[in-house]
Ligand binder design. Structure first.
Ligand code: FFO
Ligand code: ATP
Length: 224
């Protein structure tokens, strides 16, 4: 290495994680993402009930640690999702958050899949409106601007890469909702361990990264 190369080296800290190519052509972007979604969904559908239950319990333990670290307590707001059977499970997490007297917001899709949020008050209070659709509280507490009140936002994904970019279900629901989060550091993406992408995911202009990743066995901040 020459003297000038050494001078140009960054001062300290790890290198920034590689971001995927920014793809302007929306058709090309959707084709690439759809192929990845197909593979991810296929793998998810092959997991058995025992694996899923254990993973859901482990996710709740990880979330409990995070809640302690953030010193969240009664009255603080956390946004989460009500998992569908194939997704990393959140039912134990939701119960745990309630037990700690946190205010828990979960998506309410509304008529035209609007991005409203409702309060989670217990699994028994949720409605199952249509097959394939996540369970929802019977009514919304407010629209997407409510998300700003959340100190922690737990977000589902099919895959997440090292720079925090996520592959979602393809509706753009979270990409739009997350614009209202108070801060990227409050956003935590949840995936199974083998869904952490070791090569950067394709991303568009609208894709927003998460600030941390949480799996059934570990959690870390992006870029840390
Ligand atoms: N648990 C969970 N909640 C979430 C999301 C998510 O990815 N996971 N979303 C993330 O965007 C938003 C909306 N997600 C939706 C997911 C499915 C359908 C739906 O209508 N699904 C089809 C069935 C598809 C299937 O079987 O795979 C249907 O009911 O016809 C609608 C919204 C908000 N809530
Ligand atoms: N902020 C936004 N404004 C307008 N359109 C958007 C926005 N975010 C996403 N979209 C559109 O929504 C569609 C799906 O986006 P994308 O493939 O990124 O969804 P996803 O991240 O997989 O899903 P989700 O966010 O629901 O988990 C795309 O057509 C995209 O252009």
């Amino acid at each position: 290495m020459t003297g000038s190369d050494a001078d140009a080296a960054p001062a300290a800290g790890p290198p920034a994680p590689a971001r995927g190519p920014l793809i302007d052509d929306l058709d090309e972007l959707e084709d690439l993402k759809d192929e990845l979604r197909r593979a991810a969904r296929k793998r998810r559908s092959g997991r058995d009930a025992r694996f899923r239950e254990e993973a859901a319990e482990r996710i709740a333990l990880q979330v409990a640690e995070l809640v302690d670290e953030l010193e969240l307590g009664p009255g603080d707001t956390v946004a989460a999702y009500v998992s569908r059977p194939v997704e990393p499970g959140t039912l134990p997490t939701l119960e745990l958050l309630r037990e700690r007297s946190l205010r828990v917001l979960v998506p309410v899709l509304g008529q035209a899949l609007t991005r409203d949020w409702g309060e989670f008050t217990g699994v028994g209070d949720l409605d199952h409106r249509a097959p394939g659709r996540p369970m929802e509280p019977p009514e919304a507490a407010g629209d997407c601007s409510l998300l700003r009140e959340a100190r922690l936002v737990l977000v589902p994904a099919l895959r997440i890469d090292e720079a925090g970019y996520r592959l979602g279900q393809g509706g753009g629901w979270y990409d739009r909702a997350l614009q209202h989060a108070r801060d990227v550091s409050a956003i935590v993406g949840i995936v199974y361990d083998d869904e952490v992408a070791d090569t950067p995911l394709p991303r568009g202009d609208h894709d927003l990264p998460v600030g941390s990743v949480l799996t059934p066995t570990r959690r870390w901040r992006i870029g840390a």
